[in-house]
Design a protein around this ligand. Structure first.
Ligand SMILES: Nc1nc2c(ncn2[C@@H]2O[C@H](COP(=O)(O)OP(=O)(O)OP(=O)(O)O)[C@@H](O)[C@H]2O)c(=O)[nH]1
Length: 394
């Protein structure tokens, strides 16, 4: 089976229709998840598809298959498998579906569901369809990557969901290429490659993808997909390399073991230039030695705040387990501060890297400030009891 993800209007249904009517010799069943009251998408698919009789298309409306409808989705595809013979299942997720739980549901099943998909289905390819035109416009004008037409979902903004969809997939279909000049397409692809180095990128107009690019590719692997985000790649590999720039797209890791002044760093985070398409990682904010702060910038949306634990705050026995599991971890240990430090990845286009590094360095505590009582600093980040925090969309 193949799952199609991507924001509203990117062209998922167009791709689906193209594949259903293409000549690939496979009998394809379809699941469409639409958030609307009326399932417009499924009607649309049914009209266009020669294969489609009533029973070929399952509609799941009024909920999202990444959360509320996980169990319903499995039960429906279970019934489908009992009822009919077909070769391949195509799932079109709603624009706001987060791809990881959807993939998890199919690859591993879901506790509350009576149907175990792993007996019948094999998740083969996670495809994300992106709208080349809206990405291009966002580069030009600094507007949102998603053309703002998605609703927020589980507290997240559309651009965060889109970044998840890009970072967790096997194939990226860059659709609506007819609306964008060729040289712009190269830059868009260069950014997508930075965000997601592992995915195959396929350019399409009106969803005219070769079915072999998205059906039966054998590309999906849960572990690999989960680790394939460009920012993870940067964090986990040589931090100090200077990759060749392609079309002005750079990525770099900022690493320091001195804490930030909370107000100064918050000011920088809320005013990061639009050229920074993605930023991710953790940082040390003076006065918050109890918690690792996280930074998450997806397009124009920025969040920063408490997001994880320093190993230094764990009981010694538990910490030893981490050391045992991750050789090298102990080497960076500071006698006084343990693993508290900052490590942030930035992926940006046409961008003054040295300028940003200077701005970040200006946020580090000065030698004099190191002697301050950091607890007295005003803290612009959300309180501890809320994991996700708040600089969103200022
Ligand atoms: N110019 C242009 N228009 C396209 C292309 N692909 C799709 N469209 C149009 O874009 C609109 C949205 O396409 P859909 O396939 O419905 O998008 P979707 O991702 O399924 O959107 P939802 O189902 O609403 O979430 C339709 O009017 C399509 O005709 C393309 O490559 N170029």
């Amino acid at each position: 089976m193949t799952v199609l993800s991507g924001p509203l209007g990117a062209g998922k249904t167009t791709v689906l229709n193209h594949v259903l009517t293409a000549d690939h010799g496979l009998e394809v069943a379809v699941v469409v998840n639409d958030m609307g009251e009326v399932n417009v998408d499924a009607e649309h698919v049914a009209q266009q598809s020669e294969l489609a009789g009533d029973e070929d298309i399952i509609e799941l409306s009024n909920g999202c298959i990444c959360c509320r409808l996980r169990g319903d989705m499995l039960e429906e595809v279970g019934r489908l498998a009992d009822r009919r013979e077909f070769d391949y299942l195509l799932v079109e997720s709603s624009g706001i579906s987060e791809p990881i739980p959807v993939a998890q549901t199919f690859a591993m099943g879901f506790e509350d569901a009576s149907f175990d998909p792993t007996d019948t289905y094999a998740l083969d390819t996670m495809v994300t369809v992106v709208n080349a035109h809206s990405v291009w416009e966002s580069f030009d004008t600094g507007s949102e990557l998603t053309d703002g037409r998605l609703e927020a979902h589980s507290g997240r903004v559309p651009e965060e969901v889109l970044l998840d969809q890009i970072e967790f997939c096997d194939v990226l279909v860059l659709n609506k290429c007819d609306l964008v000049p060729d040289d712009a397409l190269e830059e868009i692809e260069a950014v997508l490659e930075r965000l997601q180095p592992r995915a195959e990128i396929v350019r399409t107009e009106f969803g005219d993808v070769d079915p072999a690019e998205i059906l039966g590719t054998g590309r999906f692997d849960f572990q690999r997909a989960q680790n394939s985000a460009g920012w993870k790649h940067e964090l986990q590999h040589d931090h100090h390399h200077d990759p060749a720039e392609e079309h002005g797209v750079t990525s770099f890791v900022y690493e320091r073991d001195r804490p930030f002044h909370p107000e100064r760093i918050a000011a920088v985070f809320t005013s990061m230039p639009d050229e920074i398409v993605r930023a991710k990682g953790f940082f040390w904010s003076a006065g918050r030695e109890d918690v690792a702060m996280g930074l998450d910038k997806a397009g124009t949306s920025v969040r920063a705040g408490p997001s994880g634990q320093w190993l230094a705050t764990l009981p010694a026995a538990q910490r030893e387990q981490y050391f045992a599991a991750r050789p090298g971890l102990e080497d960076d240990w500071d006698d006084e501060w343990g693993d508290r430090m900052t490590r942030l990845v930035f992926i940006a286009r046409e961008f003054d890297e040295a300028g940003l590094i200077d701005r970040l360095d200006d946020c580090l505590l000065t030698d004099a400030e190191l002697d301050d009582d950091w607890e007295t600093y005003a803290d612009p980040f959300e309180p501890q009891d809320r994991r996700e925090l708040a600089l969103a969309n200022e």
